[in-house]
Ligand binder design. Structure first.
Ligand code: SAH
Length: 244
């Protein structure tokens, strides 16, 4: 029987992949790979596996969700096992939920294999715990991508006083910071931005909320990056340059 897996490849460092993920990858006939997945993880795939890149590689637009699901279905119906590899965890901002729904609608049960999400791994890579009894009783994972009606309710988030971990927040960083300040967050709140966490090219800045966007711009940080907002960021290891 052919099998379908939705696999989290973790944040980048190959050693942060789970044993279960590497085993499933080693069984798959076909592997569909997203942009943020470190290609080095393909060392765990069979040498004869068919590898399909569905992200925005080589300037090509990324494949649509419908096309990705259609490709998976075609292989599964032909009796081939399919591993769908996603960066971080497949169920955290990875559209894994949508793919699971689409496959279930076709009567296919997909096995979920968790990965370490960037929202935990990136802060940890520079010494930031996302919770800490002295600073935060919880953590909120939020996308910075939304605008208009899908904009997170920043006022409500500030009121939680929890650590905010922002995915996909770099493009709209100025607007996010402005919204948080308007919601009454302390301008001196410690913050961090970590780009390409757990990879050799990892870089980061530490700053206060009111200087964050400027520091990120002068350091030239871009995507993929995680932004951490909250007292826990004070535990971040200073980077060689750009800080404060
Ligand atoms: N499913 C993924 C998230 C996909 S959304 C996960 O669980 O990690 C894509 C966003 O994830 C990026 O815009 C960035 O905010 C974050 N991201 C993924 N990998 C990252 C990395 N190695 N370093 C920093 N941020 C990363």
């Amino acid at each position: 029987m052919s099998r379908a897996w939705l696999i989290g490849a973790g944040p980048g460092d190959v050693e942060l992949m789970t044993l279960k993920a590497t085993r499933a990858l080693g069984e798959a006939d076909v592997v569909l790979v997203d942009d943020l997945v470190n290609p080095d993880v393909l060392q765990f795939a069979r040498t004869d596996a068919e590898v399909v890149y569905v992200g925005k590689r080589g300037g090509q637009p990324s494949a649509s969700q419908a096309d990705i699901v259609a490709t998976m279905l075609a292989h599964l119906r032909a009796g081939r096992s399919v591993a769908r590899l996603k960066g971080g965890d497949p169920f955290v901002f990875g559209r894994g939920g949508e793919e699971q729904q689409a496959l279930r609608a076709e009567g296919i049960q997909v096995e979920i294999i968790n990965g370490i999400t960037a929202g935990i791994a990136a802060p940890a890579a520079i010494g930031i715990p996302v919770t800490h009894r002295d600073h935060a009783q919880g953590v909120v994972f939020v996308t910075g991508h939304g605008a208009g009606s899908s904009e997170p309710d920043w006022n409500a988030l500030v009121a939680t006083r929890m650590t905010l971990v922002v995915y996909m927040g770099m493009r709209r960083l100025n607007e996010i910071v402005t919204a948080l300040l308007q919601a009454g967050m302390d301008p001196q709140t410690p913050c961090a931005a970590i780009e390409s966490a757990t990879r050799p090219e990892q870089r980061h800045v530490l700053a206060q909320l009111d200087t964050l966007a400027g520091h990120v711009a002068s350091a030239g940080l871009g995507s993929p990056a995680i932004v951490v907002i909250g007292g826990v960021s004070a535990h971040g290891i200073p980077s060689a340059s750009h800080d404060r």
